[in-house]
Ligand binder design. Structure first.
Ligand code: GLP
Length: 244
């Protein structure tokens, strides 16, 4: 069962999720956190940055694993999720960069790199808390439609809708990478707590599908319904098509 919260505004949703994270980090300063990229978590990351600036939270002992990373971009490319996370979050908080992990997409053997990422996460004890967005096609991380519930961290081909959604960042869909390394669905479901954010009218249909359509590989976000501690944080626009 997904516990669904419809907040009056995005800011209220971000504040609520950030407040939970402050409590968690106070109780478990060494928490292992899972981070997502995309437009959706930007407000949450701003809130965490403000919390850090005000001394309300510390990530000094925490560590993190990002969900995914594009394959094929230059290591210095600002569109890499690693660079994006530094800009949006890491440079504003006290999480040591050495403990902010990403799949090694520069490795010669990408399959081995994906397995190593899964193993590193397991040896860190798994994720205590994971923030997720949802792609318009129901992807979580880069688990596109067709991803199985028992999938683990691996190299994936990106769906056309995903590449179209990223086209603006890359100056055209043809420039968007074709592959990525992503945590698998089973990797994601292994997190102790999953907090999903979805905002705006463009996410209303996929939120409805995630909550009410049959659980299936056609919409990987539906697999979240099998998790014991998952919350969906919405604004009124993204909640518009979901039944109460
Ligand atoms: C991206 C990421 C996902 C993200 C999703 C939605 O491609 N791999 O982790 O949740 O698409 O993106 P946005 O938040 O910009 O709508």
């Amino acid at each position: 069962m997904i516990r669904t919260h419809v907040h009056p505004t995005r800011d209220a949703a971000d504040a609520s999720v950030a407040a939970e994270l402050r409590v968690l980090l106070r109780a478990e300063p060494r928490a292992v956190l899972g981070f997502a990229t995309g437009n959706t978590p930007i407000g949450l990351y701003r809130t965490l940055a403000a919390d850090r600036a005000a001394g309300r939270v510390s990530l000094a002992l925490a560590s993190s694993f990002n969900l995914d990373e594009y394959v094929g971009l230059d290591p210095e490319d600002p569109r890499r999720f690693g660079a994006w996370m530094r800009e949006q979050l890491f440079r504003h908080v006290d999480l040591p960069l050495a403990r902010a992990r990403f799949p090694d997409v520069d490795a010669v053997d990408l399959d081995a790199a994906a397995r190593a990422y899964e193993a590193a996460l397991a040896s860190a004890g798994g994720l205590d808390w994971l923030v997720l967005g949802i792609g318009r096609n129901g992807h979580v991380g880069f688990n596109e439609p067709g991803s199985s519930v028992d999938s683990r961290t691996r190299v994936v081909e990106l769906a056309e809708t995903t590449r179209a959604d990223a086209a603006r960042t890359f100056g055209g869909a043809e420039n968007v990478p074709r592959r990525a390394i992503t945590m698998g669905v089973a990797t994601i479901l292994g997190a102790k707590r999953i907090r999903v954010l979805a905002f705006g009218a463009a996410k209303a249909a996929i939120v409805r599908a995630c909550l009410h359509e049959p659980v299936s590989e056609r919409c990987p976000a539906t697999f979240l319904r099998g998790h014991p501690d998952v919350e969906l944080h919405l604004d009124p626009e993204s909640a518009a098509l979901a039944s109460p």
